[in-house]
Design a protein around this ligand. Structure first.
Ligand SMILES: Nc1ncnc2c1ncn2[C@@H]1O[C@H](COP(=O)(O)OP(=O)(O)OP(=O)(O)O)[C@@H](O)[C@H]1O
Ligand SMILES: [Mg+2]
Length: 423
């Protein structure tokens, strides 16, 4: 018994299925990361036949080499998840998830290690993932194991719970904001399901406004490359404490706030010039896409986040983050609420905004922004913290969970806990 637990700690493996990135790997400081996408090989292509490619789907860093090969990239380059979810009958998307999972497990499968009998895998999915996603993920691991002997057991946990585990916190509200979705989850030992608010938005919306700004500033030809837009966003985007004040100060001090971005490895320079105050819109939208300033962008065609449901209520997709946190907390017992407000944990890449020292008077970190917004709504004594390495907290929680759940605890569809095994 002692031995199997030791084995499990050694061969723990974490997997975080994100809308933009798949984070994976065995016990380490940080996970490995690849984009959650696949390039579909066109079987009819003579060129691919000629060079002897017999794969159906390419995943991982190799994808980059295929991008130039088609004009109509969007037909062949597929991101299988939308807002953290995959449709049950989207066969192509599930094939990509299978390939990505296989890529990750095989990359770290120990070679020449006779002790290795497969990883103990903890996979993290969105807190609102339906049961068919659990089943599919189990099937995928089972199939990969049958082919390669690389998985001994697998379990699945909700992403926000993984964050709480990584932070060693049992009573808290986790706000996990990635690329495609933002999950607000009160936790009291286990996620309180009826109080989960899952917003259909994340870093993708900040990319969208960045693209609009680039178009308005004369860089329309650059916005087709999503990766470039993302780089610009992360480099020049700022989160204002108060948007209206920040815009005023920036307009009065154009030189100081001037946003310039040099595209690495090229001669292209992006310069927002007089419009540099717009860099504050990029950070604001991550927290309050309902600000009236965004209306004109929605009217011009920037997608408005889809509405979301909380019990029998419909919340607008643009609801500001503080209001959404309050809505969620208010679905929990009154007695619990003050404890929840005293431990609000932010994680996910969409909270990783930089705060350059020279802008400290107007730009703030995500914790400060959320605390300030809660204060405006009457929640005075909240304690908000940002996890270290916010993009990786879910994965860290997965590793801890793999080590912690005892080997003999079997998967239960009622509890949604335990190890799923087939051998
Ligand atoms: N320093 C930064 N400033 C602003 N945004 C950032 C920063 N670093 C990462 N991001 C954004 O975070 C997002 C990716 O975060 P994360 O990896 O948590 O998402 P994901 O897990 O792929 O998606 P999801 O959890 O929504 O399914 C991207 O939109 C990225 O641009
Ligand atoms: Mg994520």
């Amino acid at each position: 018994m002692e031995n199997i637990e030791r084995y499990k700690r050694k061969y723990a493996f974490g997997e975080d299925y994100g809308t933009s990135e798949y984070k994976f790997g065995p016990v380490a400081e940080k996970p490995d990361v690849i984009e959650n996408r696949g390039f579909i090989i066109d079987k009819k292509s003579i060129m691919f036949k000629l060079i002897g490619i017999d794969k159906e789907i390419i995943v991982g860093p190799e994808v980059a080499m295929y991008l130039g090969s088609r004009e109509d990239i969007s037909r062949y380059l597929i991101y299988p998840m939308k807002d953290g979810l995959v449709d049950v009958d989207d066969a192509t998307a599930w094939k990509i998830i299978y390939e990505i999972t296989k890529y990750g497990l095989l990359k770290y499968m120990p070679r020449n290690d006779s002790n290795f009998k497969g990883f103990y895998v903890t996979a993290a999915l969105s807190a609102i993932a339906p049961k068919y996603m659990f089943k599919k993920i189990f099937d995928i691991h089972r199939k990969i194991d049958e082919e390669f002997g690389v998985v001994k057991a697998v379990t699945i946990i909700p992403q926000p719970l993984a964050v709480a585990i990584a932070q060693k916190s049992v009573t808290c509200i986790v706000v996990e904001s990635g690329h495609g979705n933002t999950q607000i989850t009160p936790i009291s030992r286990y996620p309180i399901r009826r109080a989960i608010v899952s917003l259909n938005r994340g870093g993708a919306e900040a990319n969208a406004i960045t693209a609009e700004i680039l178009k308005d500033c004369g860089y329309g030809d650059l916005v087709r490359e999503e990766k470039l837009v993302r780089m610009v966003k992360e480099s020049i985007g700022l989160v204002p404490r108060d948007l209206d004040k920040a815009i005023k100060i920036a307009k009065d001090n154009i030189k100081r706030f001037r946003a310039v971005f040099k595209v690495p490895g090229t001669t292209t320079v992006i310069d927002l010039g007089e419009n540099s105050w717009m860099r504050f819109l990029i950070g604001e939208i991550a927290f309050n896409p309902e600000h009236e300033i965004f209306e004109s962008y929605y009217r011009r065609g920037m997608p408005r986040p889809k509405d979301t449901v909380l019990g029998d209520e419909t919340l607008p997709g643009t609801i500001d983050i503080a209001q959404a946190i309050i809505k969620s907390a208010e679905k929990t017992p009154l007695e619990l609420q003050p404890y929840l407000y005293r431990k609000i944990i932010l994680s996910g890449g969409n909270f990783a905004w930089r705060v350059p020292a020279e802008f400290k008077d107007v730009a703030v970190s995500s914790e400060e922004k959320v605390k300030y917004m809660l204060e405006l709504k009457g929640i005075k004594d909240s304690v908000v913290e940002l996890t270290k390495d916010p993009q990786f907290s879910v994965w860290k929680g997965c590793i801890v969970w793999s080590m912690f759940v005892p080997d003999d605890y079997e998967w239960s569809w009622d509890e949604l806990e335990g190890w799923y095994k087939w051998r």
